[in-house]
Design a protein around this ligand. Structure first.
Ligand code: NAD
Length: 260
């Protein structure tokens, strides 16, 4: 992998995005981290990437709820590193509630961040990738991009949407050396999963232990959380020449969940 390549990974100050950023940096790419955490919280993470892998890492606190934030992130990356060769649309939030109580503003926020931000980032990245004749776009969808669970109407709609977006853009850019794929994780132990357990417990009238055993891992035949490192391994593979013919796919990494 060329040392000169640059990857932008949205929502990479923690969880899956950070794992993918570290995985891509380990192949020699410069990385642009993004998230909403304060600079001082992410700076040690950023510096560790530079020290561990000898690449440049930048942290951009752009808020991707608004198209202008997405455009600023992409423009800043191009300005700093000259190109965006790999785009990983990973930033995402969750909200769990029966549809009749689902707050309108939560629906809108989830659609904005989990779906629309990916559209605006892709729109900004594709011209440079076409010019270079090479690019990799990886959208972090979810098993919930392929199947549904109750009480997650906005999240499941956004994740199904990003799978459709993946296929559409893959077809549009296929002749330009650009691949576009979705990774569909099952449950991965990250702050996003941890924080939805109390709400799920309330919505289903269960204890938090029951939610982990009977809701989260019940869907996952391996009975284990998938890992951030497993997501990174697949993302890294998708950036290699060996993956040049893999495009327009939605790849489950879900311990067998969607085999049901
Ligand atoms: P996480 O909560 O650990 O990280 C979320 C990241 O998004 C953070 O870096 C946060 O700063 C960033 N973010 C939040 N709001 C933002 C905003 N307005 N603008 C920019 N960045 C913002 O989450 P995670 O579990 O690592 O999830 C990452 C992705 O993987 C999400 O799209 C999620 O839907 C998907 N996913 C996660 C799981 C899982 O089990 N953890 C399963 C399937 C899919």
């Amino acid at each position: 992998m060329s040392i000169n390549r640059t990857a932008v990974i949205t929502g990479s100050s923690s969880g899956i995005g950070l794992g993918i950023a570290r995985g891509l940096a380990a192949t020699g790419m410069n990385v642009v981290l993004n998230g909403i955490e304060p600079e001082e919280q992410v700076d040690p993470i950023r510096r560790a990437i530079e020290a561990d892998f000898g690449v440049k890492a930048r942290y951009d606190r752009a808020n991707l709820m608004e198209p202008a934030g997405v455009r600023a992130l992409m423009a800043g990356a191009e300005e700093r590193f000259g190109s965006v060769d790999v785009l990983v649309n990973n930033a995402g939030i969750q909200f769990v509630s029966p549809v009749d109580d689902f707050p309108d503003e939560k629906w809108q926020a989830i659609i904005n961040l989990n779906l629309s931000a990916a559209f605006y980032a892709i729109k900004a990245a594709v011209p440079g990738m076409k010019k270079a004749g090479w690019g990799r776009i990886i959208n972090i969808a979810s098993a919930h991009g392929l199947v549904a669970s109750p009480f997650k109407s906005a999240y499941v709609a956004a994740k199904h949407g990003i799978v459709g977006l993946t296929k559409t853009i893959a077809l549009e850019v296929a002749e330009h050396g650009i691949t576009v794929n979705a990774i569909c994780p099952g449950y991965v132990w990250t702050p996003l999963v941890e924080s939805q357990i109390p709400d799920t417990a309330r919505a289903r009238g269960m204890t938090e232990e029951q939610v982990i055993r009977d809701v989260l891992l019940a869907a996952q035949p391996t009975k284990k959380f998938a890992t951030v490192e497993e997501m990174a391994a697949l993302a890294v593979f998708l950036t290699t020449e060996g993956a040049a013919s893999i495009t327009g796919t939605a790849l489950p990494v879900d311990g067998g969940w969607t085999a049901h």
